[in-house]
Design a protein around this ligand. Sequence first.
Ligand code: PLP
Length: 357
Amino acid sequence: RALNFNAGPAALPQTVLEEAQKHLLDFKGTGMSVMELSHRSKVYEEVHNGAKLKLKKLLTISDEYEILFIQGGASLQFSMIPMNLLIDESVGSYVLTGSWSEKALKEAKKIGQTQVLASSKDQQYKEIPSADLNKLSQDSAYLHITSNNTIYGTQWDTFPEVSVPLIADMSSDILSKPLNVDQFGLIYAGAQKNLGPSGVTVVIIKKDLLKRSNDQLPTMMNYQTYSDHNSLYNTPPTFAIYLLDLVLEWAHSEGGVEALEVKNTEKANVLYDVIDGSKGFYNGHAQKDSRSKMNVTFTLPTEELTSSFLAQAKDYGFVGLNGHRSVGGCRASIYNAMPLDHVIQLAEFMKKFKSLT
Ligand code: PLP
């Protein structure tokens, strides 16, 4: 298997792929693949509801929340959130911590009024800015944040306590650590990093927020549709949800989010220790107090060295270490499914590259 450090879609746990492969032609004696099952069948319904239940248990989600499966990626949520929640001349408040939050803001601006409560754009998104919550608009409908900034490699450690619903794009760190869901009005995540393959986006929404959705919204843009029909109003991405179910089962068998956090911290430390011990040869993009445990971003002293590092890394067998085109440098994405051994191999490679330069 490849040493896959891609930012997304990301590597899946090997056992999940093996399990899916085993049942690819015949799922539970049906003589069909999950892909071929009717989404109205009992066998599929068990998978669908099983995935919801497993997520509920893993993240301790109370009955006050609805779990929805929606297509269109996290990017569609940038629009659905303001379409459903930014009503009656209210203001959508945003904290800008990178390209994804900028994109979320851009879509909200098309729907209604917005406010940038804090931004670290002037600091090249190297840090999570501290937001002055007193500046939150009196008419704020919600505060939107991006919990982990996949491109810049920064991550919120603790979340702001606000009187309005807190909304978080957790696409790149959901399920990587314990979470107090009660602190949020809505959490969303494209599955393709920690939850499964692309094709399904998980939305965890507080039930009382569903009341805000207007009947005049296009049916498929209305959260209420998904809630009323158990995300089965139309054909859901059944195979992606099946894999989500398997990934959640795997997460449970790994010891749940507490155990995953321990592993993720260990993996991140292995790489940050090399960066910090390199006397400036490797330079972490993120400020230390804002570092992500999911995406480790760093640069080398020159473009030439970066190219040589990436070329040699590719020859070694590492995949996906190029930094995002908007930041440059290098990025190692080390989501839940990334084995510690692969991270150690990268750390050793980094040390060797430096010593030979
Ligand atoms: N938000 C974050 C934090 C992301 O990392 C990504 C993709 O990498 C997106 C949103 C966009 O997700 P999608 O491609 O599912 O629309």
